[in-house]
Design a protein around this ligand. Structure first.
Ligand code: FAD
Length: 217
């Protein structure tokens, strides 16, 4: 057990202390040493376990959509993440990535998008992603060239993305080229419009081709 005296700091409330204790107990029981030969399988089972046991509810805003509260509690997220990370880097990664995808929809999604995507992410039935980085645009968000163009009832996403964690999973959000406060494109497993062509096998960024049909998770 790590030093948890920081929980007495004034900006934590009793609900945070309780959350941290629960997270510690859960992680010790479920997340310890989850890292076998099949990384994808381990990630999927962690998503399901975190969803089933209620932890992913914390990355979704709105109780109507499966969230733990009406807004995302950043202090709670920090406590859950540091606890998961101490037990399993993979568990923290899974938790953080669900939040990267659901955070954008929680903050700026339409009611229909929230209805459709947030509850599955909160329950662990859907895997989320967030596709910002491109070969020529990382920190420099204004240099993004990928565009989401409305075509009938769908958006066609045209461009290249790179380094997209969970990019081959069935449900993901793209921030694309638009005001930062808007979720501009959401693709679905049932009618995928893009695919991740390859998984980077080294620590160097590789280009991903997002122009042809997709993978499933
Ligand atoms: C394991 C992993 C997973 C990732 N998953 C995702 C994901 O899921 N979705 C996603 O969108 N991206 C993802 N990324 C991409 C990551 O977020 C990018 O690496 C990041 O956006 C930085 O972009 P870049 O690599 O092009 O670096 P650059 O933007 O080129 O920056 C290079 C360096 O220059 C510095 N720098 C940049 N601009 C300035 C400035 N104005 N002033 C001073 N210094 C500056 C940066 O701090 C950095 O040190 C992932 C990366 C990794 C390593």
């Amino acid at each position: 057990m790590s030093d948890s005296s920081y929980l007495d700091w004034p900006f934590f409330e009793e609900r945070h202390r309780s959350l941290a204790r629960d997270a510690e107990a859960w992680a010790a029981a479920h997340a310890e040493s989850v890292h076998g030969d099949d990384l994808d399988r381990d990630c999927r089972s962690l998503v399901q376990a975190l969803g089933t046991d209620g932890w992913l509810a914390h990355v979704v805003a709105g109780r109507a959509y499966g969230g733990a509260g009406e807004t995302i509690d950043t202090r709670g997220i920090c406590l859950i993440r540091e606890t998961l990370a101490r037990h399993s880097g993979l568990a923290d990664f899974v938790f953080a990535m669900q939040g990267l995808g659901s955070g954008a929809i929680s903050l700026a999604g339409t009611p229909a998008q929230k209805e459709r995507f947030l509850a599955p992410v909160a329950s662990g039935r859907a895997i989320a992603a967030f596709a910002l980085s491109e070969p020529d645009a990382g920190s420099d968000v204004g240099a993004m060239a990928c565009a989401a163009v409305a075509q009938g009832d769908d958006y066609v996403i045209d461009g290249e993305k790179t380094w997209i964690s969970n990019g081959a999973s069935p449900t993901s959000t793209s921030s694309s080229r638009a005001p930062a406060s808007r979720v501009t494109a959401v693709r679905r497993a049932s009618r995928p419009k893009a695919r991740a062509a390859s998984r980077p096998s080294s620590s160097k960024p590789r280009r991903r081709d997002w122009r042809s049909p997709s993978a499933s998770a």
